[in-house]
Write a protein that binds this ligand. Structure first.
Ligand SMILES: *Cc1c(COP(=O)(O)O)cnc(C)c1O
Length: 374
């Protein structure tokens, strides 16, 4: 039996809605299903405005444009994150200031951020790693005190909460991903959420190639013009059709993922002194985006990956610390970020997808226990 790391799945009406989108005669952006998705997100999670994009990467690029990132601005973000969190701001000329991770969790250490703020700092980009919230009260207080923008990279954070507030509803702007490895998927796909009113109108313009076409379609202007910079960030309605079917089954998908996550935790908690296991702080909820364990070093992790591979179980690691990346290490300099490197070398993600059977979760766990001779 082969257990892949991830498997995209159909939850219900995906194919039927794609057909419906095609038959409706409009499959470009902002069609019927895109509108349904926007409404779903705004109603269910209280985002002031939701705009589907073709990826989370795009949503982050839009955020960088909206907050007017310019040459010389500094942006604080974790080093242990996906490259898109960083690239979006570098594209606008920002200098990246990397923060280290927490000891108990790969997320950015909130306590370290203030020491990185300078006169040039324009924004903090927080990443809710594994869908577990950063301590947003601390972050929002820093924003207020130093007059900064907060962007939440909530790529992994759908249906997760910080003190009862949905992730993606707290910062000025936030991004989500519906890539096939996330909880709710559309193959590729993403969303920008706008919580600060000042960005509402301009976000539509940036998303529509710098034009006021959205206003035109609503009949608010009689022709549309080029009014700002922008690009093409809106997805086809075929993508939105697939996504809407997933959203209809959000609860079902989440319940299954949580069951898988809890089974892993139950089976593997005996390893708590051998490897680092996920922790969910009191202020956060668990959306079961990811189950990981952190080995003591890269040799142990490689040995575990190979051991599981021989049993046909596919596990993956990710995120080579960005401050050590070939592209950025010279600009970063030699300020050390030991915890980011620790997760980079030790963290291993276990299979977690909707169709994974509980028996399989137990089999994976059993193999891991046998590797550690527990
Ligand atoms: C997946 C992911 C992204 C990128 O999402 P795409 O939709 O593939 O662009 C960005 N940031 C984080 C933290 C992610 O996990």
């Amino acid at each position: 039996m082969h257990i892949p790391f991830n498997k995209p799945s159909i939850s219900g009406n995906e194919m039927a809605y794609i057909q419906q989108a095609v038959e409706s005669g409009k499959i470009s952006g902002d069609g019927m299903f895109t509108k349904k998705c926007h409404k779903f997100f705004e109603e269910r999670f209280g985002f002031k405005k939701a705009l589907l994009t073709t990826s989370c990467t795009d949503a982050l690029e839009m955020a960088a444009i909206l907050i007017n990132i310019r040459e010389g601005d500094e942006v604080i973000l974790p080093s242990y994150t996906f490259v898109s969190t960083a690239n979006a701001f570098v594209l606008r000329g920002a200098k990246l200031i990397f923060a280290d991770s927490r000891k108990d969790h790969p997320g950015m250490d909130e306590a370290l951020i203030e020491s990185l703020i300078t006169e040039k700092t324009k924004a903090i980009v927080v990443v809710h790693y594994a869908g577990v919230a950063c301590d947003m009260d601390i972050i929002m207080q820093l924003a207020e005190k130093h007059n900064l923008y907060i962007i939440e990279d909530a790529a992994q954070g759908i249906d997760s909460y910080y003190k009862n507030k949905p992730l993606g509803s707290i910062g000025h702007l936030a991004s989500f991903s519906f890539h096939e490895t996330k909880n709710i998927i559309s193959g590729e796909g993403g969303m920008l959420t706008i919580n600060d009113e000042q960005f509402k109108e301009r976000a539509e313009i940036v998303r529509e190639k710098g034009t006021n076409r959205s206003k035109f379609f609503r009949g608010e202007v009689d022709k549309y013009n080029w009014v700002d910079i922008g690009s093409s960030y809106l997805p086809s309605d075929i993508i939105a059709a697939f996504l809407y079917a997933q959203l209809e089954n959000l609860e079902k998908i989440q319940d299954k993922r949580k069951l898988i996550w809890e089974t892993y935790m139950e089976e593997l908690k005996v390893l708590k002194d051998v490897v680092q296991l996920p922790v969910i702080p009191d202020y956060a909820t668990n959306n079961a985006h990811m189950f990981y364990l952190v080995c003591k070093n890269i040799e142990q992790r490689d040995a575990l990956i190979n051991y599981l591979k021989e049993k046909n179980i596919h596990t993956v690691f990710h995120y080579i610390s960005l401050h050590n990346s070939p592209f950025y290490k010279d600009i970063h300099g030699d300020r050390r970020l030991p915890l980011s490197d620790f997760y980079s070398e030790g963290l291993l993600r276990l299979p977690l997808y909707y169709e994974l059977e509980i028996d399989q979760v137990k089999a994976v766990s059993k193999s891991i226990l046998s590797f550690f001779k527990v």
